[in-house]
Ligand binder design. Structure first.
Ligand SMILES: Cc1cc2nc3c(=O)[nH]c(=O)nc-3n(C[C@H](O)[C@H](O)[C@H](O)COP(=O)(O)OP(=O)(O)OC[C@H]3O[C@@H](n4cnc5c(N)ncnc54)[C@H](O)[C@@H]3O)c2cc1C
Length: 517
């Protein structure tokens, strides 16, 4: 192998990794480490679009208000202000890079999604927004001689010396050996952790690795109890959950139970357009009431042309599985979708470890609070990637994020005697889904926490990618469960039957920091 020292090391090749790499190459050499092929990521599955307050009648203030309302008291106002004020410029950057957003009457087309007060979602290829962004950015990355791409390299450790991040250890899974790379700017862009749950819209790469790497290195991890469950993932027998975008409800799709009855107005006046957590819980309640494992989303009343042009991917996917959605209702159920928490950063993507940055779904910038507003995540990536590269060049000390928080020094030991330790991914996923999913309680969380604690204490040394991922998932699962146990209230995406109401005393963040790092 040639040079092992770079000005920037970026871990991950979704929108966060690719966009940051394209900005970083203007100031130095860049290495992208990615554990699969370059195009394996959550980003390419994003359907609905990307939020920006650029339409008539919209403003950064309105976008700010909607984001703060969805976040249920836990958004960082400064981060949201930055997001909503810088969004328009980042859209202009994407257009310059060649992202082909859909247009209508000569202007960028905008649609509305749940909990947005006006249409502000840009989309591309109808419902193929993420794929169009990923293809455009990866083409630009591949054609730059200043960016080195290493595919099938799984980052396993952040190397920290004297409190400063200075390198990355990575496992080359194509040959089974380890390499070390040096840099004084290391950017985690490893995405989310949906694969911890039995039902998820996320692809296989979403195993929470970045959280585990950062935690082991001594970075602060926060808001891990807030997992967004999407209310509408397709439920076809034997087919992994496939997302039916929020935009389908935005365009007039209605939720009906197995008896064909529209039920969301029974739960909230906003009905299908309420925030995701409310629609997901309403859906679970209705599934229980009707003793069914599904509900339906109905678009049969919409014009055929609207369906086929606005949602060509969904239309084609369902047709391939024998359902013409212009004529029949789509069976759906909730699935784990997005991780609001992550590696705690300030407004420049800096973590508490000098030289270590985080952006994208792995990061917690404070934008989403207890619940993400639909289509804010792709925009969050662009806004904060840009700020990381501005900051990494200067390296001036920047203010830490101000927020009300409780710091927990590590994971508590839990009694694990008598619990078998079959380290099986499927068991972990079922456990997280059943005991730490949409509806939680102290009893269930403690049970799941004890199982994972027992597994954690017996994990051996990993020597292949699946085992590395499993070890990371056990650690990340423990952080999620511990946070969900500590937060004795219900807020945003976190719901506990034993504490069903929000409690003003809990308007603060739970932060974990590994004191043994
Ligand atoms: C089905 C679906 C639909 C969505 N729709 C929307 C939408 O319409 N609008 C919106 O704003 N958001 C949407 N989201 C969320 C959004 O797509 C993601 O939050 C966003 O794409 C995350 O980008 P990222 O770059 O942070 O992570 P990803 O795109 O997931 O990329 C992570 C990268 O890190 C790599 N990686 C992970 N671990 C390691 C490791 N240890 N070593 C090396 N590489 C590693 C992965 O291989 C991957 O390349 C959707 C998500 C899904 C799943």
């Amino acid at each position: 192998m040639g040079n092992k020292e770079f000005d920037f090391i970026i871990i991950g090749s979704g929108i966060a990794g690719l966009y940051t790499a394209l900005l970083a190459k203007e100031t130095g050499t860049v290495l992208i480490l990615t554990k699969g092929s370059l195009d394996e990521c959550n980003t390419k599955y994003a359907q609905g679009g990307i939020a920006a307050p650029i339409g008539h009648g919209d403003s950064p203030q309105l976008h700010y208000d909607d984001t703060m309302a969805a976040g249920a008291g836990l958004c960082d106002p400064e981060a949201v202000r930055i997001l909503t004020e810088e969004a328009g410029d980042r859209i202009a950057d994407l257009i310059d890079l060649g992202v082909p957003f859909d247009t209508q009457f000569g202007a960028v087309a905008l649609t509305r999604e749940a909990a947005h007060s006006v249409p502000r979602i840009l989309h591309a290829g109808g419902d193929a927004t993420g794929e169009r962004i990923e293809v455009t950015l990866s083409r630009a990355v591949r054609s730059s001689h200043r960016i080195t791409i290493m595919e099938h390299f799984l980052a396993t450790d952040i190397i920290v010396r004297d409190g400063v991040a200075c390198g990355v250890r990575a496992f080359d899974s194509s040959v089974g050996s380890w390499e070390e790379f040096k840099s004084s700017n290391i950017i985690l862009a490893t995405g989310g952790a949906g694969r911890l749950f039995k039902l998820t819209t996320n692809p296989e790469i979403a195993t929470g690795d970045g959280i585990a790497l950062a935690y082991r290195a001594g970075a602060e991890i926060t808001d891990m109890e807030f997992i967004q469950f999407h209310p509408t993932a397709v439920r076809f027998p034997g087919v992994p959950p496939f997302l039916i975008s929020e935009a389908v409800r935005g365009e007039g799709g209605l939720l009906r139970d197995v008896e064909g009855r529209r039920f969301m107005p029974d739960y909230t006046p906003d009905a299908e357009l309420a925030p995701r957590d409310i629609v997901a819980r309403g859906t679970v309640a209705q599934m229980r009431k009707t003793e069914s494992d599904r509900v339906f989303i109905d678009v049969t009343h919409l014009p055929r042309k609207t369906i086929t042009t606005r949602f060509p991917t969904i239309y084609r996917f369902c047709l391939d599985h024998g359902l013409d959605i212009t004529k029949g209702m789509i069976p759906v159920a909730p699935a784990a979708h997005y991780m609001m928490g992550g590696v705690r950063t300030n407004a420049y993507g800096e973590t508490n470890i000098e030289g270590l940055f985080a952006c994208g779904e792995v990061a917690c910038t404070g934008v989403h609070g207890a619940n993400r507003l639909a289509s804010n995540s792709l925009m969050e990536v662009l806004v904060f990637s840009k700020r990381i590269i501005e900051r990494a060049g200067g390296r001036a000390p920047s203010p830490p994020r101000k927020s009300n928080m409780d710091i927990h020094s590590g994971l508590k030991a839990r009694d694990s005697r008598g619990i078998a330790t079959p380290l099986r991914l499927a068991i972990l996923q079922s456990l997280m889904w059943d005991d730490a999913g949409i509806i939680r309680s102290k009893e269930k969380l403690e049970e799941a926490g004890a199982v994972l604690a027992a597994w954690h204490s017996t994990l051996g040394t990993a020597t292949d990618r699946p085992y590395y991922e499993l070890c990371n998932m056990v650690l990340v699962g423990r952080l999620m469960i511990e946070a969900a146990l500590i937060r004795e209230e219900s807020r945003g995406a976190h719901f506990r039957t034993d504490f069903p109401e929000p409690n003003p005393a809990w308007e603060k963040h739970i932060v974990f920091k590994n004191t043994n790092a």
